[in-house]
Design a protein around this ligand. Structure first.
Ligand code: DOR
Ligand code: ZN
Length: 352
């Protein structure tokens, strides 16, 4: 049994986050900016963030929505399309405006219609990214109708990712939100230019949690949670301390009417209670000493950035820590992820 009741960590970063726009952005940004120093911001807006000009304007909207006194840096990304201009990408990277490019196979998830259909058509961009060392964040699922949704990640690794990495061996790749043992094994098999993010919710739920005893729309996300053996592989990877694995919450708010309906959207909102959930998971594994590597050290090291100077405190409380069940935004109510167990770890921001 762990007897640790207080931990100091470098301020965490979130290497995969959906902040949306307008009223939703205003409503949910404080849940991240309160405790996180930086986040890689997903570009799947409608319309998507495809050019340096779009990324600059989006970054300004995020900064305008940031609460007074919050110390947070959005790390912008561009949405890769078959018409992305390699020069625009290179200039945006050089100026520090963007930190990565995001690859969505067309049709794989929310707002991915403008994504890639024929990978040959983006080879010029990938070549340029490999040359300048700009990471590619990959949504790793095939979309072929004949591939079962639970197999889409493993098939993507074989059919798309592995050939792509062989063709561009210098390309830095982040396998986003891995959900399978296959993903863990592949990430481990690569060199220093391969890493994987793991979400909070995929460390906690498996596919039974979504489907047994009634369908749980607030546990539906993409890639969909898999069998328990896969969840266990993710927990082992996250708590191992291996520099290949780091936190990307994929916190993805949708207003409740879009989740609870005949054709519900994929996405789970975990930004507000992620650190409490993770401390619980790591403590159960006897791995609290690896939490800082996962949330605060491995990500910046991969992206070639320094860890945050400031720290946060995690304190274990006797009484469960209360989180709101919903965030009420100007764009509607968003349900907060319920891990299914009481949370006793509280994150406290240390003043700078
Ligand atoms: O569950 C998800 N939600 N997965 C994604 O890949 C996209 C995200 C969203 O934007 O809602
Ligand atoms: Zn995402």
């Amino acid at each position: 049994m762990s007897t640790t009741t207080r931990l100091t960590l470098r301020r965490p970063d979130d290497w995969h986050l959906h902040l949306r726009d307008d009223e939703m952005l205003k409503g949910i940004l404080p849940s991240t900016s309160e405790n996180f120093g930086r986040a890689i911001i997903m570009p799947n807006l409608v319309p998507p963030v495809v050019s340096a000009k779009d990324a600059k304007a989006y970054r300004e909207r995020i900064m305008a929505a940031l609460p007074e006194g919050h110390d947070f840096t959005p790390l912008m990304t561009l949405y890769l399309t078959e018409t992305t201009d390699p020069q625009d990408v290179a200039e945006a990277a050089k100026s520090g405006l963007i930190s990565a490019v995001k690859l969505y196979p067309a049709g794989a998830t929310t707002n991915s219609q403008s994504g890639v259909r024929d990978f040959e058509n983006v080879s010029n961009v990938l070549e340029k990214m490999a040359e300048i060392g700009l990471p590619l964040c990959v949504h790793g699922e095939v979309t072929d109708a004949d591939v079962d949704i639970f197999d889409r990640e493993a098939v993507f690794i074989d059919r798309i990712l592995d050939p792509m990495r062989k063709r561009f061996p210098q390309l830095k790749v982040v396998m986003e939100h891995i959900t399978t043992k296959d993903g863990v094994d592949y990430a481990k098999s690569g060199g220093d230019n391969l890493a994987a993010t793991i979400t909070t919710h995929h460390l906690i739920i498996n596919r039974n949690d979504i489907l047994v005893g009634g369908i749980k729309p607030h546990f539906y996300c993409l890639p969909v949670a898999k069998r328990e053996e896969h969840r266990l592989a993710l927990v082992a990877a996250a708590t191992s301390g291996s520099p290949r694995f780091f936190l990307g919450t994929d916190s993805a708010p949708h207003r409740d009417e879009r989740k609870v309906c005949g054709c519900g959207c994929a996405g789970i909102f975990t930004a507000i209670n992620t650190m409490s959930c993770l401390a619980h998971v790591f403590e159960n594994e006897g791995a609290l000493d690896q939490l800082e590597a996962f949330t605060s050290l491995n990500g910046p090291a991969f992206y070639g950035m320094a860890a945050n100077e400031r720290t946060i405190e995690l304190v274990k409380c006797d009484a469960p820590v209360e989180f709101p069940s919903h965030i009420h935004t100007g764009d509607g109510s968003v349900t907060v992820f319920d891990p299914g167990f009481p949370l006793h770890w509280k994150a406290i921001n240390n003043p700078s």
